[in-house]
Design a protein. Structure first.
Length: 227
């Protein structure tokens, strides 16, 4: 595990504990064709402000992609930064933000990875298990695996693989822009996740659920800092 020289080394006992918890959660991940009718699609994102975390959920009507709700939760970070365990820093606050929603989403699109993670438990998968909700990840950067660049046209796809396992898709959501990395989180399959990511990337590189979650994270930062 890589480490940063300017940071103190992580507590070995904490690493062991998180590793055990991560394995328990990983075994609960279910990859399957979704069995819901998609009416409400949520997007979520988190950003760190010092030692605090701001988590945002937005809910959009599908397929119109009309924004119907936005909520946020701001609190101290509970877990120190350890590479490979970022989901443990984000998920507690995301769960609290989710609890504020008045609309129940059928699917949650997470700004991050699902199973496209070294131990197959990125933030989208972990959040899906914790909430027992269908989730998918759309990330801006690759975390693990190998791929070839897709063609420059919108809709071009190449597989993201690791040790022969197909863990995600590299998707061009707009002509001649950098691709995004799509993976199923929980109660979701890669084919459906990829189709929804492409369908909801209307005018921008990012699909609307995660784009709006990222947008409102910036908007709500000013409010959070005044708390």
């Amino acid at each position: 595990m890589a480490w940063y020289p300017n940071l103190p080394p992580p507590d070995p006992q904490l690493v062991r504990t998180l590793t055990e918890q991560q394995e328990i959660l990983r075994q609960q991940v279910i990859l399957q064709k979704p069995d819901f009718h998609l009416n409400y699609l949520a997007g979520c994102d988190s950003s760190f402000i010092g030692e605090n975390i701001l988590s945002v959920f937005v809910v959009l009507k599908f397929p119109e992609l009309e924004l119907v709700e936005k909520v946020w939760h701001y609190a101290p970070v509970e877990v120190p930064y350890i590479p490979g365990f970022l989901a443990f820093r984000e998920s507690p606050n995301l769960v609290k933000a989710y609890g504020k929603l008045q609309h129940t989403p059928d699917l949650i699109m997470v700004d991050g990875h699902g199973i496209a993670h070294p131990r197959r438990l990125g933030i989208a998968s972990q959040l899906g298990v914790l909430l027992n909700k269908p989730t998918m990840g759309v990330a801006k950067k690759v975390l693990t695996g190998k791929y070839e660049e897709p063609s420059l046209e919108k809709g071009s796809i190449t597989p993201l693989t690791q040790k022969g396992e197909h863990i995600g898709n590299v998707l061009r959501t707009k002509d001649k822009v950098l691709p995004v990395f799509v993976s199923p989180g929980h109660l979701m399959d890669l084919e459906t996740a990829t189709a929804i990511a492409l369908q909801t990337a209307v005018k921008h590189k990012l699909p609307e659920p995660t784009r709006l979650a990222d947008h409102y994270a910036e908007v709500f930062k000013a409010e959070a800092k005044n708390l």
